[in-house]
Ligand binder design. Structure first.
Ligand code: ATP
Ligand code: MG
Length: 625
C-alpha cells in the first residue's frame, strides 16, 4: 500500500517524469494507447513502483476453452487452460505471467515466514561439482535421477536435485565455534531431478522450484529445537497459503531413529496414501502405519481340512468368485528372496503386502524381490497361484490378521487345488507373526488402540513439504565441525527442510477449484480484482468508469486486472472464472445509469449491485473476509 498523502503530492510530478521516460524508452509499444494516455502513465507508475496491476490486452494470457487431452489431473488441466504454464519437453515447463505471479506469491510467503523463523536467505549454484557428491557417497547412491554433466575440460558436475553437499561444505568452511550456532540458511531455487515418470504438469516435473533450508546445531537437543521452529513455520506457511495440510509422520525408526515429517495437501489426485485418525489427529503414511489385527482372539476350528479342485484359478479374486466367499476368508502366500534362501510371506486375501514393512524384517532380503517362477517351483512344487503355507519347507512369516483366521482357504502347493477349513496349530504350526500389510480404511487406529470404535480413514495426499533431522549424516562425511565450550571438536547436527514451491501452486488448485476454474485462496491469487467492462470500445462512459475504477483500486493497493479485450461478455466472464480472480466487478452502461456496478465473489453464485462510491469499501471488506 502507498502512503496516500505522499503519493498524491508526488503523483503528477512522477507522471511528468514518466511521460519523458516513456517518450525516450518506449516510443512504439504503447503508442496505440493514446486514448487512455493518462492511464498508461499510471500503469508505468505502478509498474516502476512495484505494484502489480494489468490490462488483459497487454498480458500474455493464452486461455484455452478445451481441456488438453494429455493432462490427466485437474490442476494440470486448469494450469494449461488458464494460460499459466506451457510445456517445453517432458517435465520442463515455461511459466507464463499469470502462473509466475502465483509462484512469486507462494515464494514471498515462504520467504517471509522463513525470515521470521530466523533463517537467512542465501543462493547456492544450481550446478555442483561431482567431487562433493563423491565425498558424501551420493554420486553413486543417487542413481539416474541425478542429471550429470561435463564441462569443456571433461570435469564432472551435476545439476542439483538438492543441496546438502554444497551447504555442508559452505558451512564447514565458515564456522569455527559453537558460538556461531545455531544457524539456519535457506534458498529458493531451481532444482532438477530426472524423474523416471514426470507427470501431472508441474506436480511432478523434472525441473522445479524448491525452497530448501538447512539448520546447523552443536547437539541433538539443538537440532530438535531448530526442527520444531521449522515445523511451526511450516504450519504458518501452509495456513497463509490457504492450504489444508496434514503433517504426516514419516518417522523411519530403521535409520537410527531419525525424525521426519512430510506435509501433505489432501487431494484425490495425490500419489501418497495417508492414514488419518480424526480422534487423535494422527496422520501417517500408509507405508509406515502400524496395522492392528481385528480385536478378540482367534476362533476355534469348526471344519475339517479338505482339498478342493480349483482348475485354472490363479488369483484370490478368481478363487472368491468361484467359491462365492469373501477374500477375508482366504490367505495369500507370496515367496520372496530372503537373506538365507526363499521366504514365504502370508497375508489375508483382502490385504496388500507393505514392501517397506516387509523389507525391515531381518529374514527378508532388501530391496524386496519376489522369487522367480523357478524358485517358486523348487520351494513349493507349484506355480505362484497355488502356493499355501501347509507343509511348506521354508520359513513362513505371517501377518497378524492372517494369523487370526480360522477355517481359512489357501493354496494346496499343487497346481489346480486349494485347501479349505485350514487351521493354525492343527494343520500347520502356530505362525511366526509380523506386521506385513498396508493398513486399510476401517482398521483400528494404532494410537487409539484401546478404543475399538475409532477407525482409520485413508486419504490421498500430495507431498508439498518435507522436514528431516539429518543428524550427522552429511557433516560427518564432509567434516563439518566446530569447537565446543571446552575446545573439543564436535560434528554439526543438521536438519533439512524442503517445500516444493511450484508443486504448491498445482496442489493449491487441486484443493481449490470448481467446474468453471480455479478458486484461488486470496493470498496467492494472481490478481485480486477483475474489472470487466461491457462495451468498452463503444461506450465512453463505460471506458471512463473502468479507467477510473482501475486507478482508484490500484491506488488503494489492490492488484487489479482490467479486461479490456474486445471479447463478448460471456467469454470474459468465463476467462475470469477460469483464472480464478477472487473478486469481479462488471461495469455496464445500464449499471452506470443506475449509478451501480455489479460485484461478484468468485466463490459465490450470486452477484450484487453496489454503488460506485461503495466499491472500494465493499472490496476492502470482502477481501479481509
Ligand atoms: P516425492 O516423494 O514426491 O518424489 P521427495 O521425497 O523426493 O518427493 P524431497 O526430496 O523431500 O521430495 O523434496 C522436497 C519437496 O520438493 C517435496 O516435498 C516436493 O514438494 C518437492 N518436489 C520433489 N520432487 C518434485 C518434483 N519432481 N516436481 C515438483 N516438486 C517436487
Ligand atoms: Mg522424489
Amino acid at each position: 500500500m502507498h502512503n496516500s498523502e505522499a503519493f498524491r503530492l508526488n503523483y503528477w510530478s512522477i507522471i511528468d517524469t514518466l511521460a519523458l521516460y516513456r517518450e525516450k524508452s518506449y516510443p512504439s509499444c504503447y503508442a496505440d494507447q493514446a486514448t487512455y494516455s493518462s492511464i498508461s502513465f499510471i500503469d508505468y507508475f505502478f509498474y516502476f513502483n512495484g505494484t502489480q496491476h494489468m490490462r488483459t490486452s497487454q498480458l500474455l494470457l493464452p486461455t484455452l476453452k478445451e481441456t488438453p487431452a494429455d493432462a490427466e489431473i485437474t490442476s494440470h488441466q486448469l494450469m494449461l487452460r488458464a494460460g499459466m504454464i506451457r510445456k517445453v519437453a517432458a517435465g520442463l515447463y515455461n511459466w507464463l505471467p499469470l502462473g509466475l505471479r502465483v509462484v512469486q506469491k507462494v515464494a514471498a510467503i515462504v520467504r517471509e515466514e522463513m525470515n521470521r523463523a530466523g533463517a537467512q536467505e542465501i543462493l547456492m549454484p544450481a550446478v555442483q561439482p561431482a567431487e562433493l557428491w563423491q565425498a558424501s557417497g551420493r554420486w553413486q547412491e543417487y542413481g539416474p535421477e541425478l542429471l550429470r554433466l561435463k564441462d569443456r575440460h571433461q570435469r564432472e558436475f551435476c545439476f542439483g536435485p538438492t543441496h546438502e553437499e554444497v551447504v555442508t561444505t559452505l558451512i564447514a568452511n565458515q564456522l569455527r565455534s559453537y558460538r556461531e550456532l545455531p544457524l539456519n540458511v535457506y534458498q529458493i531455487q531451481t532444482k532438477f531431478r530426472d524423474e523416471i515418470r514426470p507427470r501431472f504438469g508441474v506436480m511432478r516435473s523434472r525441473e522445479f522450484i524448491m525452497k530448501d533450508a538447512y539448520s546447523f546445531d552443536i547437539d541433538t537437543a539443538g537440532l530438535s529445537r531448530s526442527y520444531q521452529i521449522m515445523k511451526d513455520a511450516y504450519f504458518r506457511i501452509f495456513d497463509r497459503l490457504g492450504l489444508d495440510v496434514r503433517a504426516v509422520s514419516a518417522d523411519s525408526g530403521a535409520i537410527g531413529g531419525s525424525t521426519s515429517d512430510e506435509f501433505h495437501v489432501l487431494a484425490d489426485s495425490g500419489e501418497d496414501s495417508i492414514a488419518i485418525c480424526d480422534h487423535c489427529g494422527t496422520a501417517s503414511n500408509v507405508e509406515l502405519t502400524t496395522a492392528l489385527p481385528p480385536l478378540g482372539k482367534r476362533r476355534p476350528a469348526t471344519k475339517e481340512i479338505t482339498e478342493i479342485s480349483t482348475p485354472g484359478i490363479d488369483t484370490i479374486s478368481e478363487l472368491c468368485a468361484a467359491l462365492t466367499i469373501p477374500a477375508s476368508r482366504t490367505i495369500k502366500t507370496l515367496l520372496v528372496n530372503g537373506s538365507g534362501g526363499i521366504v514365504a510371506l502370508v497375508l489375508r486375501g483382502d490385504h496388500e503386502l507393505n514392501l517397506t514393512k516387509a523389507e525391515k524384517y531381518p529374514l527378508v532380503a532388501k530391496p524386496l524381490c519376489f522369487a522367480s517362477a523357478d524358485d517358486v517351483r523348487l520351494s513349493a512344487n507349484c506355480s505362484p497361484g497355488s502356493i499355501g503355507p501347509v507343509n511348506l519347507a521354508i520359513p513362513v512369516i505371517v501377518d497378524e490378521s492372517a494369523a487370526r483366521l480360522h477355517d481359512f482357504i489357501c493354496g494346496a502347493n499343487r497346481d489346480g487345488f486349494h485347501l479349505d477349513g485350514v487351521n493354525w496349530g492343527r494343520d500347520l504350526p502356530e505362525p511366526e507373526i509380523a506386521d506385513l500389510r498396508k493398513v486399510v480404511a476401517g482398521d483400528p487406529c494404532p494410537v487409539c488402540e484401546e478404543h475399538e470404535e475409532i477407525l482409520l480413514k485413508i486419504r490421498k495426499g500430495v507431498e508439498v513439504g518435507h522436514i528431516f533431522q539429518l543428524g550427522s549424516k552429511y557433516s560427518e562425511q564432509l567434516d563439518a565441525t566446530v569447537l565446543d565450550e571446552q575446545g573439543i571438536s564436535r560434528t554439526l547436527q543438521m536438519g533439512c527442510y524442503g517445500i516444493g514451491i511450484t508443486r504448491v501452486v498445482a496442489a493449491a488448485i487441486e484443493q481449490h477449484h470448481d467446474n468453471r476454474g480455479v478458486l484461488w485462496p486470496a493470498s496467492i491469487a494472481p490478481f485480486e480484482v477483475a474489472i470487466v467492462p461491457i462495451g468498452l470500445q463503444r461506450s465512453t462512459a463505460v471506458a471512463k468508469a473502468a479507467d477510473a475504477l482501475y486507478l482508484e483500486l490500484s491506488e488503494a493497493g489492490f492488484e487489479v486486472l482490467l479486461d479490456d479485450r474486445q471479447e463478448r461478455p460471456g467469454a470474459m466472464f468465463a476467462d475470469m472464472d477460469l483464472i480464478g480472480i477472487p473478486h469481479r466487478l462488471v461495469i455496464s452502461d445500464r449499471g452506470l445509469k443506475a449509478g451501480s456496478i455489479e460485484y461478484k465473489a468468485r466463490t459465490s453464485a450470486e452477484s450484487q449491485d453496489i454503488t460506485l462510491q461503495d466499491v472500494l469499501t465493499t472490496l476492502q471488506t470482502m477481501h479481509k473476509l
